[in-house]
Ligand binder design. Structure first.
Ligand code: KIV
Length: 301
């Protein structure tokens, strides 16, 4: 009898430990800590840090894109609250709701066979109320099938982190530029350039590790500081605009694929220019429809 090689259309629960369900693209990842693992877990990430293997993380918000990211060998898909910007068109990450995050997360989870899926707790769903933080995390885990949550902040959210972890939900921290606090910062400039803020960031990083976070995002801070923090921790750090000394990197997928075209921070490397590609393709389609060229006789029944 032929082995089942096809992924089921609906892949819930997420933890199906069947090698056959994992895409086997020949160009995929050389043998390493994470390619030996069937599914990336928080433990795999810890091993990767120990082995000096860099961790690749991208954001993802929908089924089709998540399937490509997972097939291409991404380690972590972050269902970021940046969905508020790139999917919903809001100026900040503040308006996105818990229900909307769960909708995005469940779409991503259905696509993924290997990557760890981490979901942002949105603004207003955890700050200042550890019971609410636990409730929000439990909803994300139960209703989306995701594997972990991410929260922004340090000592001020320690109680929330402790409560979430006590329920067995893995937590990723996020320090530096934390976009949910944009109205406190007033600007998206580099954080922790001044000594006082750098000292607080270092002590928050240690605290998050002590509380039990499995990894830490460091956003838009000086590369030297990010390197120092990464070397001082046992848990992996994932940088965005934090230089090359972190244990991994994350980008917003719309930015690295060039779907957004009016955002040019220094840290962003664009791997494609999809805005122009799609613009050209849609222009051609419009022309073909208007001229009567599409559909032709081979494209009809
Ligand atoms: O929401 C997001 O996309 C993020 C990343 C920038 C780390 O938090």
């Amino acid at each position: 009898m032929k082995a089942l090689r096809q992924k089921p259309l609906y892949c819930y629960p997420a933890f199906i430990f069947d090698q056959n369900l994992i895409s086997n693209h020949p160009d995929k990842i050389p043998m390493s800590v994470h390619s030996k693992a069937k599914r990336i877990t928080t433990h795999t990430l810890h091993e990767m840090k120990g082995a000096g293997e860099k961790i690749a993380m991208l954001t993802g918000y929908d089924f089709s894109m998540a399937r490509i990211l997972d097939d291409a060998g991404i380690d972590i898909i972050l269902v970021g609250d940046s969905a508020s910007n790139v999917m919903a068109g809001h100026e900040t990450t503040l308006p996105i709701t818990l229900d909307q995050m769960i909708y995005h997360a469940s779409s991503v989870v259905r696509a993924v066979s290997k990557a760890l899926v981490v979901v942002d707790l949105p603004f207003g769903s955890y700050q200042g109320n550890s019971k609410l933080a636990l409730e929000s995390s439990v909803r994300i885990m139960k209703e989306s099938g995701a594997h972990a949550v991410k929260l922004e902040g340090g000592s001020e959210i320690a109680e929330s982190i402790t409560r979430i972890l006590s329920a067995g939900v893995p937590v990723m921290g996020h320090l530096g530029l934390t976009p949910q606090s944009i109205y406190k910062f007033g600007t998206y400039v580099v954080r922790a350039k001044e000594e006082e803020e750098a000292i607080k960031l270092k002590s928050d990083a240690l605290l998050l590790q002590e509380l039990g976070c499995f990894a830490l995002v460091l956003e838009k801070i000086p590369a030297t500081l990010a390197t120092e923090v990464s070397q001082s921790l046992n848990i992996p750090t994932i940088g965005i605009g934090a230089g090359n000394g972190t244990d991994g990197q994350v980008l917003v997928v719309h930015d690295m694929l060039g779907l957004t075209h009016d955002f040019h921070p220094r840290f962003l490397r664009r791997y494609l220019n999809l805005y122009d590609e799609i613009h050209k393709a849609v222009g051609e389609y419009v022309q073909d429809v208007r001229s009567g060229d599409f559909p032709n006789e081979n494209e009809q029944y």
